[in-house]
Design a protein around this ligand. Structure first.
Ligand code: IVH
Length: 684
């Protein structure tokens, strides 16, 4: 066969195989026997091997995998990957509808869909070819897992039809069907590997594998449910779904349009039962406004669209016996009582332990050792004890006593008024707190030093090399080389040996070096200050821009920042009041860690407001004041506190002080409403 003939044959085979894949994996309606299919595929693989120059990147042979990814590249999402507001009750759904009604002032149609319990993914197609697949990550940046996604046979590598946009993104969920999950876990047990706890974890673990040929064997699947942006010509979400289906995507056949609350509730009620007959997990239902113009009008909060909401199914419950209670010390020193249970099957997994929250809940539950109790498990949440079956209480059931001293360092526990948790105050001397803080510091969303993961912190701590995060940056080759430890893994009996050889040491030192590029917001999160999670750290970093400014901030200045309440403000002030922490910051600064925001990388959406100054005052209907201020900055404008002749606009909401209006009138400063402001932005 010459090259011209091969090219022709490759095109025919590719087309044929693509169609069969679509029939089998997307429509579940095979049109060819396995044997014949395998022959077609084998022929294509052979031809591509003989004529490698003819192998196309979107060839169906790509589904077989083979590419190895050592490290997944981090990619910024074109549109942030937001989450959805959760509800658990019909009442909240009604409130959602009322909100929407009020803002749109129009008749609203909804689309109800299944909420797939998997791993979110965004696929980018250019000229009908799959170019990139990115996981959610932190919503702003995710991992490029394209080579692994290409192995999923229901995901089109080349689109059907010709009416798709030249470039667009489609979002969906990668799931692992029950049958594949069970098969995979059986295999893992046989191989001596730990089984995955649930299909979602298995899907997530599979997407992060380095060998895509192995991913191909896992039988992942994907459902798609959203076209972000407006690169397409459609007016409704439902049209988007229908079009995407015609391009070859797997779109659930259970998406329906609803006009009334009753129809929405019917859908929820049906699926809260029918979900058990599905071959994959769903954890709720998603309700979306169908009309895209209305969606646009509704907009977004910082975290989620206002035009959609998810109704989460209630967690499953089981009854079992409480055998004993252990007290664990977390990285913040908080004491968590953990119940050891008689193993019980719950929501597809065997539960042996459950959280007992805190001392108050223990007394409120009146739970005793030996009791039959009810455990509940929902999604990611650790199973928790929700009640006691008092009828079954044995006579010798033992009341639970909360400890008064730290089980790890014997320090007397303390409790802040108004808080439920007991704490070990020995922050800098209690081993699990020190190790926990270090583990947090190096974790992925913090400093992302994965070369220090998997027990290495423990070795450094045991060898007296590190007690706090600044110590990490004093580590040298000589400290590290040759360190080793054998330790028992927590779940299984298998012992593991870790030893620091040349390569490990080089990786650790490189990892520490690279962490010096991590932006200030993540450094702030990494410090592990109580109540400062990822989002709060971002808000604080963007507001104060540097650690010095944050340290100087007074209580009122802190609580003025969006989402910063009194509890967080107090925690920050208290943290900076310890000289040990100031010393820590100084050492991190000397080590070269980023302790201020790099202004050049602060996100800009446009320059349309550049040179314009705004005073934002009053209460607004669609956005919070902080959201408006942020939007002004994102478009190049500036916010100022009081009106002067240099002010470009007074952005006025309800209940604005009369003095401001008077002053604006006097200086002839244009007073604009929220709608005027949106119009200015949309004119760009
Ligand atoms: S729409 C802008 N539809 O649930 C929000 N999400 O808890 C677009 N999910 O991040 C998401 N099924 O990963 C949407 N039918 C569905 C979904 C769905 C599952 C996931 C998705 C989302 C998360 C929110």
């Amino acid at each position: 066969m010459d090259e011209i003939q091969a090219k022709e044959r490759i095109a025919i085979l590719s087309d044929e195989i693509r169609k069969h894949n679509h029939q089998y994996y997307v429509l579940s309606c095979p049109t060819i026997g396995d044997f014949e299919f395998d022959q077609l595929l084998a022929e294509l693989i052979r031809l591509e091997k003989d004529f490698p120059q003819l192998a196309e990147p979107d060839s169906p042979t790509q589904h077989v995998g083979g590419e190895i990814t050592k490290e997944f590249k981090q990619v910024e999402h074109k549109y942030p990957m937001l989450s959805l507001g959760n509800t658990y009750s019909e009442e909240e759904i009604r409130e959602f509808e009322e909100r929407i009604q009020k803002i749109t002032g129009d008749e609203v149609e909804y689309v109800c869909e299944l909420k797939f319990d998997g791993v979110a993914i965004g696929l980018t197609y250019r000229n009908g070819q799959l170019m990139q697949a990115v996981t959610r990550g932190d919503g702003i940046r995710g991992d490029d897992v394209t080579s692994n996604i290409k192995t999923i046979k229901s995901i089109p590598l080349k689109l059907m039809g010709n009416d798709f946009p030249a470039e667009f993104e489609i979002r969906g969920e990668i799931i692992l069907p029950h049958a594949s999950f069970e098969k995979m876990n059986e295999q893992r047990l046989e191989d001596g590997d730990d089984p995955f706890a649930n299909p979602r974890n298995a899907a997530s673990g599979s997407l992060k594998m380095q060998d895509s040929a192995e991913v191909a064997r896992r039988n992942l699947d994907g459902f798609f449910y959203y076209l972000p942006g407006n690169e397409h010509p459609f007016n409704t979400h439902y049209e988007c779904l229908t079009a995407a289906r015609s391009w070859g995507f797997k779109i659930s056949e259970y998406a329906v349009r609803c006009k009334t609350s009753e129809e929405i509730f019917d859908y929820i009620n049906t699926w809260s039962v029918a979900r058990y007959n599905l071959p994959f997990d769903i954890d709720g239902v998603v309700i979306k406004v169908n009309n895209l113009k209305q969606q646009e009008k509704l907009g977004y909060t910082a975290k989620s669209p206002r035009w959609a909401i998810s109704y989460k199914f209630k967690a499953e419950q089981a009854a079992t016996k409480l055998l004993s209670v252990a007290f664990q010390v977390g990285r913040t020193g908080a004491i968590t009582p953990v119940a050891n249970l008689q193993p019980v099957q719950l929501a597809g997994t065997v539960v042996k332990r459950a959280s007992l929250h805190n001392a108050d809940i223990i007394s409120a539950l009146d739970v005793r050792i030996g009791d039959m109790i009810f455990v509940e498990k929902g999604g990611e949440i650790i199973p928790k004890i929700i009640g006691v079956d008092f009828d079954k209480r044995p006579d010798d059931a033992m009341p639970l006593k909360f400890i008064s001293k730290c089980p790890e360092c014997d320090t007397v526990l303390v409790r802040t008024e108004g808080e439920s948790a007991w704490y070990c105050p020995n922050e800098n001397g209690c081993p699990p707190q020190i190790k926990g803080k270090l583990e947090h510091f190096i974790s992925r969303k913090a400093m992302n030093i994965d070369s220090l993961g998997e027990g290495k912190i423990e070795i450094l701590f045991d060898n007296d090399l590190v007690h706090n995060c600044a110590d990490l940056y004093d580590l040298t080759y000589d400290h590290l080389i040759g360190l080793e430890k054998t330790y028992e893994s927590s779940d299984e009996k298998k012992d593991r040996k870790i030893s620091f050889r040349e390569k490990t040491v080089a990786n650790i030192l490189n990892g520490l070096e690279s962490s010096k590029n991590i932006s200030f917001d993540r450094v702030l999160y990494a410090l592990g200050i109580r109540f400062i999670g990822e989002t709060v750290a971002k808000k604080l970093a963007c507001h104060f821009m540097s650690v010095e400014k944050l340290q100087e901030a007074e209580f009122n200045e802190l609580t003025e920042v969006e989402e910063i309440g009194e509890k967080i403000a107090r925690s920050i002030i208290s943290w900076f009041s310890f000289s040990k922490n100031i010393e820590l910051i100084n050492r991190l600064r000397i080590a070269g860690i980023q302790l201020s925001m790099d202004e050049s990388i602060v996100l800009k959406l446009s320059d349309i407001l550049s040179g314009k100054t705004f005073v934002v005052s009053g209460v607004f209907e669609k956005f919070s004041r902080d959201e408006l201020k942020k939007t002004i900055e994102l478009h190049g404008g500036k916010n100022i506190g009081s009106i002067s002749s240099k002010t470009s606009y007074l952005l006025a909401g309800e209940n604005m002080g009369p003095e401001k209006r008077k002053k604006a009138d006097k200086l002839a400063i244009p007073i604009i409403s929220e709608i005027d402001f949106i119009n200015i932005l949309e004119a760009k």
